[in-house]
Design a protein around this ligand. Structure first.
Ligand code: C2E
Ligand code: MG
Ligand code: MG
Ligand code: MG
Length: 281
């Protein structure tokens, strides 16, 4: 299609590729010192229960660099994994989000869950579970109010080496959520073996439930399966009232998305909770 549109498509394609490789090298270079330069911060996106109360928040990292501007985590997390610095960034995410959420809970005298995204490279790190427990204790948080989010694609390659770590995590009452559920290829067999508490239904399915019957059937069955297996089901990327009502009618327990709130700074999260989990106008 591109080739038909533009007779210079080959040159423009290779230019784009070169541009992208340049971007990647630039990101790699800047990423190596980003922690020292204090360029990361955390946002927290509310997760709302079917009854409208706050179930928890998902911690989402942000990066702004002097040369590159804002860079999406979708882009730089992958690169951080490749160049072997995801451990350091992951430690920052754990420590900073545990501390900030502890201070929010203390200030408002309330409790809720904190979900933290974890890369498979972190999971496989020697002593990872002890380290997490240590961070949780240092921040004076409760283990049963912390959930680690792991993506499905993580397990496909390597279920057998990751499984014991997941069991160890669960044995300490730390939660485990399967992120972007439905986008990978994990069979029900694998799902049955995973000590998971929560299924996070990927946004791509939620997007389509109102006008695509296939997505609707899929989401309905994921929710039923989750309920059957005593897992929480959380719909990510809910953007409107109709989606929420439809998902609720299927028995979905928790909702996360712009309909309720965008990811918030710690201070905006405090205001959001004080306002009864409603976005301030
Ligand atoms: P994810 O864990 O699946 O996070 C959900 C993403 O969807 C977030 O993008 C969030 O801002 C976005 N989102 C939530 N609700 C809506 C909505 O209603 N509409 C739309 N259009 N988007 C919505 P974000 O923050 O850019 O993060 C992208 C991905 O980067 C995350 O996907 C996660 O895989 C990764 N990531 C983010 N923070 C971290 C982190 O601290 N550590 C690790 N390892 N990965 C992270
Ligand atoms: Mg996530
Ligand atoms: Mg997700
Ligand atoms: Mg996703």
């Amino acid at each position: 299609y591109e080739a038909k549109k533009n007779k210079n498509s080959f040159t423009s394609f290779s230019n784009k590729l070169r541009e992208r490789m340049f971007d990647k090298i630039a990101i790699e270079n800047e990423l190596r010192n980003a922690l020292e330069r204090d360029e990361f911060w955390m946002l927290y996106q509310p997760q709302i229960s079917a009854d409208g109360t706050l179930h928890g928040v998902e911690a989402l990292i942000r990066w702004k660099n002097e040369k590159l501007g804002m860079v999406s985590p979708e882009l730089f997390i992958k690169i951080a994994e490749e160049i072997g610095i995801i451990h350091k960034i992951g430690d920052f995410v754990l420590q900073r989000s545990l501390e900030e959420i502890r201070s929010v809970k203390e200030k408002l005298d309330t409790s809720f869950h904190l979900s933290i995204n974890i890369s498979v490279e972190q999971l496989k790190e020697e002593g990872f579970v002890e380290k997490v427990i240590n961070f949780i204790e240092c921040a004076q948080c409760k283990k049963n109010e912390v959930t680690l989010e792991i993506t499905e694609t993580t397990f496909i390659e390597d279920v057998d080496s990751v499984l014991p770590i997941l069991h160890e995590i669960r044995s300490h009452n730390i939660g485990l959520s399967l992120d972007d559920f439905g986008t990978g290829f994990s069979s029900l067999n694998i799902l049955k073996r995973l000590p998971i508490d929560e299924l996070k239904i990927d946004k791509s399915f939620v997007d389509n439930i109102l006008d695509d019957n296939e997505s609707l059937v899929l989401v309905k069955n994921i929710i039923h399966m989750g309920n059957e297996l005593s897992m929480d089901t959380l719909a990510e990327g809910t953007e409107n009232h109709m989606q929420v009502e439809r998902l609720k009618s299927f028995g979905c327990k928790i909702f996360q998305g712009y309909y309720f709130s965008k990811p918030l700074t710690k201070d905006d999260l405090i205001a959001f909770i004080q306002n009864g989990c409603k976005t301030l106008q």
